[in-house]
Design a protein around this ligand. Structure first.
Ligand code: KG4
Ligand code: ZN
Length: 331
C-alpha cells in the first residue's frame, strides 16, 4: 500500500503544502509573503497572522493539484522548527487539527533536515555518505549525511548565516528584503575583485559572516565619502565583490573538508544555493576533483513543503511519529 504524506511548511514567511507518494513529490504549492519587503525584514507577528489565511489555502491547492482525496492520506508532516514561533504554531496547529479530524498520525519535521533532503526530490540523487552545505537565511552548516535521517555536523556559523550576510549587505545597498537574489542579479558583468573585502578568519570548518558585513559597511562608507555616487556608479562591481567573497569562503571550507576526507559526493542546499556564482563555483570545484555535485532545482532551494513531505515520508517509514502534545521549537 502506498504511503501518502501531506507536508506543511510555515517556519518563516513562506506558506507551503506538498504531497508525496512513496517519496515521490506529486504536488508542491508555495505562497511567498511579499508584505515584509517594506519593513526590511520579516515581521514575525505579521507573518503568523498571514499564515492563518495562507496555510489552509495552500493545503487545499496542493490536494487539488495532486488529485489525491484527503481520505487517501497516510500521515500529516509539518515543520516543527527551527523558525519563528508564531509562524510555526500556525502550521503545527493546522497539521494537528487535520490529523485529528482524519484520524492520521503526525510527523514533526526539522526544517534543516528538510533542506538537506531537498536534494532527493529530483534525479540525479546522491548516495550515502555525502557532504552537505546547508546555506539559508537562518543557518549555515556543513555536515556529512550518513543516511536520510543521520547527519554529522562538521562546521557551523559562529554568528550570522550566509543568507543573512547577503540580506544585511543588500539592505546597505538599498535593496528590499530579502536582498540575496538582488545581489546575485546585480553581480552579472561586475568585477568580483573590485572591492577589497577580507576573508573571515575562522579556523576549522566553521563559518563567520558578521566581520565581513562590518568590513563591507566601512568600505562603502569610505568610498561614498570620497565619491557620493560610488554605489550607483559601481553597483555591479560592489555586488560581484561581495558575492565572490561569501561564495569563495563557503566553497573553500566545503572543498577543504572534501580534500581532507576524500569524500566523493557533495551537495549544496537552502535558499542561498539558488545563487548562480555558488552553483557554478560548486560545480567547477566538484569537476576539478572528480567529485559528483548535487544542487536542488531552484524551486526546492528556498523554503518549500516538498522537502517537508519527503522528510516526513522517511521519518514515517522509521516510525518517527509524534504526539498531539508536541509544541514547536523555535531555536
Ligand atoms: O532557505 P530559505 O528560503 O529560508 C530560510 O530557511 O532561511 O533561504 C532564504 C535566504 C535569504 O537570505 C535569501 O536572501 C537567500 O536565501 N537567497 C539568495 C538567493 N536566493 C535566495 N542568496 C543569494 N543569492 C540568491 N540567488
Ligand atoms: Zn529554509
Amino acid at each position: 500500500m502506498s504511503v501518502v504524506i501531506l507536508g506543511i511548511e510555515s517556519s518563516c514567511d513562506d506558506a507551503g503544502a506538498a504531497l508525496c507518494i512513496d517519496g515521490r513529490v506529486v504536488a508542491n504549492i508555495v505562497s511567498t509573503q511579499l508584505q515584509h519587503a517594506q519593513y526590511g525584514g520579516v515581521v514575525p507577528e505579521l507573518a503568523s497572522r498571514r499564515h492563518q489565511v495562507l496555510v489552509p489555502l495552500v493545503v487545499k491547492e496542493a490536494l487539488a493539484q495532486s488529485g489525491i482525496p484527503k481520505s487517501a492520506l497516510t500521515a500529516v508532516a509539518f515543520t516543527a522548527g527551527p523558525g519563528l514561533i508564531g509562524s510555526l504554531l500556525v502550521g503545527t496547529s493546522f497539521a494537528k487539527g487535520l490529523a485529528l479530524g482524519l484520524g492520521l498520525p503526525l510527523v514533526a519535521v526539522n526544517h534543516l533536515c528538510g533542506h538537506i533532503l531537498s536534494v532527493f526530490i529530483d534525479e540525479p540523487k546522491p548516495s550515502f555518505p555525502f557532504l552537505c552545505l546547508t546555506v539559508s537565511g537562518g543557518h549555515t552548516t556543513l555536515s556529512v549525511v550518513e543516511d536520510y535521517l543521520t547527519y554529522q555536523t562538521v562546521g557551523t556559523t559562529l554568528d550570522d548565516a550566509a543568507g543573512e550576510a547577503f540580506d544585511k549587505c543588500a539592505k546597505l545597498l538599498g535593496f528590499p528584503f530579502p536582498g540575496g537574489a538582488q545581489i546575485d542579479k546585480q553581480s552579472v558583468g561586475g568585477d568580483p575583485h573590485y572591492l577589497p573585502l577580507p576573508t573571515p578568519d575562522v579556523g576549522g570548518y566553521d563559518f563567520s559572516f558578521s566581520g565581513l558585513k562590518t568590513a563591507f559597511l566601512y568600505t562603502l562608507q569610505k568610498k561614498v565619502k570620497a565619491n557620493p555616487n560610488f554605489i550607483p556608479e559601481h553597483l555591479q562591481d560592489i555586488c560581484a565583490s561581495l558575492q565572490n567573497r561569501i561564495v569563495t569562503f563557503l566553497l573553500d571550507k566545503l572543498f577543504a573538508y572534501a580534500d581532507k576526507t576524500g569524500i566523493k559526493q557533495a551537495a549544496v542546499v537552502g535558499g542561498v544555493s539558488a545563487n548562480r556564482a555558488l552553483r557554478s563555483g560548486f560545480k567547477e570545484g566538484c569537476a576539478a576533483r572528480g567529485m559528483q555535485g548535487f544542487i536542488p532545482a531552484f524551486e526546492y532551494c528556498t523554503d518549500n513543503a516538498a522537502m517537508i513531505a519527503l522528510t516526513g515520508y522517511h521519518q514515517f517509514r522509521m516510525g518517527q511519529t509524534c504526539e498531539h502534545t508536541l509544541t514547536p521549537w523555535p531555536g
